[in-house]
Design a binder for this molecule. Sequence first.
Ligand code: PLP
Length: 385
Amino acid sequence: MFVYFDNSATTKPSEEVIKAMNDALSVCWGNPSSLYGKGLEAEKLLKASRASVAKSLGCQPQELYFTSCGTESDNWAIKGVWEARKKQGRRMISTEIEHPAVLRCLEHLKKDGAEIVLLKPSADGKISARQVAEALTPDTVLVSIMHVNNETGAVMPLKEIRQALNAAGSKAVFHTDAVQSYGKLNCGVRELGVDLMSISGHKVHASKGVGALYVKSGLHLPVFMDGGGQEGGQRSGTENIAGIAGLGAAAENILKSRTETLERMTAVRDQLRRRILAEIPDIKINSPEDACPSVLNVSFLGCRAEVLLHMLDTEGICVSTGSACSSHVKGSHVLSAMGLKANEIEGALRFSFSGYNTLEEADYAADKLAQLAAAHRKLMKYHKG
Ligand code: PLP
């Protein structure tokens, strides 16, 4: 059996996405800026895809800019706000548990004089609106808080954070990295009250090489890439029509079946969690009870997660030891910020789900995990301490 439980790293493109991309490559391959029919065909597809993605975020098409990935969207949002607002204030508030796409940007801006405040998560990986309110100062220009954490699935209270910003009369721009929540939770930008939102195609069964940034109407970010004037002159470069068409198809699926997808994920996550808790001794669940059901993070005490990962791979099961992007970095900065002990971090595996996973897969993975964790612990001569 092949079980793909690493959907936070990337997802399998859906049939609808593959068809849309294939059509875009074989039919709509013109340049959308060209004035003849072949170009107009591509422009029409670009427009339709923008409308679909905008609808899935509850925004206007003109508030949505296509990018090459979630990382680019985060870079554009954060560096853009800095450039636009650094004369008004230097403080930027974020969290210790952001993805490196956000953390590295903030580090970069520190060298340019930004005052970066990173909020510490609670033991279950969450940030509260109160923490944000307490960190706010009149010269805070950006608050960037992820929606769902990629390692634990912890959901951040974006609506409450918006209320806290309003209550304080803050003029800070509110950005969220919604790369892990898009397609799972409601990412309506108006309901969440965000000014900027980053999403990525390959996490929602579209392809790599495409993402988007929502920019609230009236908020002016500096031009991200100069050139031929595509994307309203904000982000030049001939559009990745196939990737964008794929993201449009993925957005249509999200609009049609996000709730059912979430239900399927929840059933699979619950089954795996139930069986791990019942059948494997000495484990610690690191995802909070109310986490987004797309992620389950578990420490297998006495195990080295990387060894367990490779053992699972030989049985056809794909999981991760943390975020794939940071797999070369030692230890997880997220689990470490949550205060986990070294042995808990060393034994932590992330299981992440999509709507395509099944209960049979959860059962197969639970069976194999129980066998392999026991075998690995025996080799490690692990005895409950
Ligand atoms: N933000 C989060 C929370 C992520 O999980 C990821 C990827 O894992 C990214 C940003 C980067 O997205 P991309 O791979 O599209 O650059």
